[in-house]
Design a protein around this ligand. Structure first.
Ligand code: NAP
Length: 267
């Protein structure tokens, strides 16, 4: 008998295979970035982790290597033009190409426009939005020269709707979602797809830090965050799976789109 399930599984395995691909992941030593670096490596890619935390970045590489994946660390503050340029140049020199860029580094300050200091606005917008611009600026020419690639930006539910006491973060994430569309239009003809994944609350250090910033009890904050149709907060792996979709040929004809991954939070 014709076994469609078997054939389907074979095709799916193959289409998600990232063997030989070079994936650059900003903020890759923690939370969503680390979860994604792990998954992409296990699918065959070399995950190049960019992060400001050198110690954690090196540990992330050891952890992925111990699981049988390939990973490297390059120290990079995504707010600095020279760091982004040098990081991308050195990766392109070493590997000859970059196939996947996951613009994921981000920070949040839980303050209203009245309370937020100018330096805090700059820091949130620079890490969360400008960092994606800088890494893309240096990666696009590399991808274009080698036949294209996939850029995935981390948005947020709060890039699609407003959120309480997070004015700079909401501005930056709204920017990410629309910058994604603009980049898809500009770079589609070069074979570069650009999409965003917008997570809801994911169990990472960033989410726990929000509870701290708001002066709330961590346990009740997490319980509130889990109050959504799928009745739990997300995991880095939930987001990594969506990134894998955009990084792989599974999404070959998808560009300029945003995928909300939030357990139904925005439904
Ligand atoms: P996370 O665990 O704090 O990871 C963020 C990483 O980015 C950390 O390693 C952080 O280093 C690094 N980073 C900060 N500033 C940087 C800089 N200037 N240059 C390079 N790396 C820098 O947070 P996460 O939750 O995984 O967040 C990842 C992305 O998902 C962010 O864009 C965030 O806005 C987005 N997101 C998260 C949630 C959620 O609920 N967790 C929801 C929606 C969207 P340090 O730890 O040293 O600062």
């Amino acid at each position: 008998m014709y076994n469609t399930t078997f054939i389907c599984d074979q095709e799916t395995d193959c289409i998600l295979d990232l063997n030989g691909k070079i994936a650059v992941i900003s903020g890759g030593s923690s939370g969503i970035g680390f979860g994604t670096a792990k998954l992409l490596s296990l699918k065959g890619a070399v995950s190049v982790i960019l992060d400001i935390d050198e110690k954690r970045g090196k540990k992330a590489v050891l952890d992925i290597t111990a699981l049988g994946g390939k990973a490297e660390f390059v120290a990079c503050d995504v707010t600095r033009d020279s760091d982004c340029r040098l990081a991308i140049e050195s990766i392109a020199d070493t590997h000859g190409t970059i196939d996947i860029l996951f613009n994921n580094a981000g920070v949040i300050r839980r303050k209203t426009v009245e309370n937020l200091e100018e330096n805090e606005w700059d820091m949130v917008v620079d890490v969360t939005l400008k960092g994606a611009y800088l890494l893309s600026k240096y990666t696009v020419p590399v991808m274009a020269k080698t036949g294209g690639g996939s850029i995935i930006n981390t948005g947020s539910g709060w890039g699609l709707k407003g959120g309480e006491k997070a004015v700079a973060y909401c501005a930056a994430k709204g920017g990410i979602v629309n910058m994604t569309r603009a980049m898809a239009i500009d770079h589609g003809p070069q074979g570069i797809r650009v999409n965003s994944v917008s997570p809801g609350d994911i169990d990472t250090p960033l989410l726990h830090d929000e509870a701290k910033q708001l002066g709330q009890d961590d346990e009740s904050f997490m319980e509130e965050a889990a109050d959504r149709p799928l009745r739990r907060v997300g995991t880095p792996k939930d987001i990594a799976l969506a990134v894998l979709f955009f990084a792989s040929p599974m999404s070959n004809w998808v560009t300029g789109t945003n995928l909300t991954v939030d357990g139904g939070g925005l439904a």
